[in-house]
Ligand binder design. Structure first.
Ligand code: IMP
Ligand code: MG
Length: 176
């Protein structure tokens, strides 16, 4: 299958947004040392840049996998948390969940509900991208990089069928 990529958000705009988010987190977490919990795989590049832009000392960095799409470009409508995260990692901690993109909201709302059961001291969501047009589950994004239109995008950690994660910028993808 052939695809065409068009630049949507360039490297400099991404770096500026990451910096803005890191500064907002720094302001909010004075005297606190959060646990940063990345949702694999899409958040790995964003998370790596975000934590290096933060001054706030981080207590722990963890990752979790949540399956949603398989290889289709439309959501299956269900999210499954793969692997488990120990209660001790979350209980009484200040947790920041880091996600690449919020689409239907099913992935993040499923995960946030599951994490609430472990009684974190606080639980916040940081996402690079939001596609609010397709929301099916309400989610509050506490720290957001960009709101984007309902397009399928790739790059900066985000894939189409596992490809394109290595691109430094964010592109819309059209199947030709
Ligand atoms: P949600 O559960 O529908 O909110 O989807 C969230 C997940 O779907 C994200 O973690 C992404 O991995 C994936 N996703 C959503 N939109 C896109 C996109 O435009 N390109 C690639 N992956 C996407
Ligand atoms: Mg994904």
């Amino acid at each position: 299958m052939k695809e065409r990529l068009e630049l949507l958000i360039g490297q400099e705009a991404i770096a500026n947004a990451v910096d803005r988010l890191a500064k907002a987190i720094d302001r909010d977490y004075q005297q606190r040392s959060p646990v940063v919990l990345g949702i694999l795989k899409g958040s790995f590049i964003f998370l790596a840049d975000l934590v290096r832009a933060m001054q706030t000392p981080i207590q722990d960095i963890e990752f979790i996998r949540v399956s949603s799409y398989g290889s289709a470009t439309v959501s299956s409508g269900q999210a499954k948390i793969l692997g488990n995260i120990s209660e001790a990692t979350i209980a009484n901690r200040d947790v920041i969940v880091v996600e690449d993109i919020i689409d239907t909201g099913i992935t993040t709302s499923t995960l946030l509900q599951a994490l609430q059961r472990y009684h974190p001291a606080s639980l916040k969501l940081c996402a690079l991208l939001d596609k609010p047009d397709r929301r099916r589950q309400p989610v509050t994004v506490d720290y957001l990089g960009f709101t984007i239109p309902d397009r399928f995008i790739v790059g900066y950690g985000i894939d189409f069928d596992q490809s394109y994660r290595q691109l430094s910028a964010i592109y819309t993808l059209k199947e030709l």
